[in-house]
Design a binder for this molecule. Sequence first.
Ligand code: HEM
Length: 288
Amino acid sequence: MERPQPDSMPQDLSEALKEATKELHTQAENAEFMKNFQKGQVTRESFKLVMASLYHIYVALEEEIERNKENAVYAPLYFPEELHRRAALEEDMAFWYGPDWQEAIPYTAATRSYVRRLHEVGCMEPELLVAHAYTRYLGDLSGGQVLKKIAQKALDLPSSGEGLAFFTFPNIASATKFKQLYRARMNTLEMSPKVRQRAIEEAKTAFLLNIQLFEELQGLLTQDTAGQSSSTTPRLRRQEGGGVQESTPTKTPRGKPQLNIASQSLLLRWVLTFSFLVATVAVGLYAI
Ligand code: HEM
């Protein structure tokens, strides 16, 4: 039987996904938004913002899971009672945004990109849905539990868990054991090598979509602080309706820096001044 080489991809899908997304996991943890969160520098404003994005993301993810629950490419991972977050997020939205939360919550460009990709996958490439479910649910059962405690303390929330339903999994007695079961189920999925490779790439995309979201949210919060506004919400809504660019991330999210028009014209002025000086000196020398 063929055995994996030391630095080749692991045989089990669960191991392969963990390995392939390791670097991106570190990148996600180190996103400024997440770093601030881990330091306890989370405000009600930033928390509401990220929770609203998660609401939109889980609505889309779980809609696609329901669509594919009987499809063999996803069925072994269907754990609605244990995992699904939509109802919990609806509770949290009502807590944070009040009874009219449906109209009040922001829907940012990066959130839209994420949602769009989830629908594309669910409708057109359901064999990749595992990558998105893995990225979110195993993440929520891991680092998510640390974040819950930080938020509870930083935002001075009641220990009853109000406002933090998203982080609470009442039907999972042991997160560690459940994650083991989930990984075992992932490893039962029948996949051709090609599909497996695409699933691995999709898990990277899922991480990038999360990173892109954190970067966007941090930008919106920073912009708002700089603008001295007392609340981000009106500004965010303007952003939302303002057709902010949407994009599915590529594996190189930051392109080469390009000179903008202002720096190009400054450069041109320097070149012209320099040429003029050279010409003047040359004419002077010639005259001598
Ligand atoms: C401050 C941010 C984060 C912290 C502190 C954190 C922490 C952790 C820790 C300690 C584990 C290992 C748990 C274990 O081995 O059982 C873990 C696993 C995981 N995290 Fe995170 N995480 C963070 C952000 C994220 C984000 C943003 C995502 C993706 C959306 C994510 C996705 C995952 C996944 C999928 C796993 C499971 C890996 C596996 O066992 O295959 N994490 N995280």
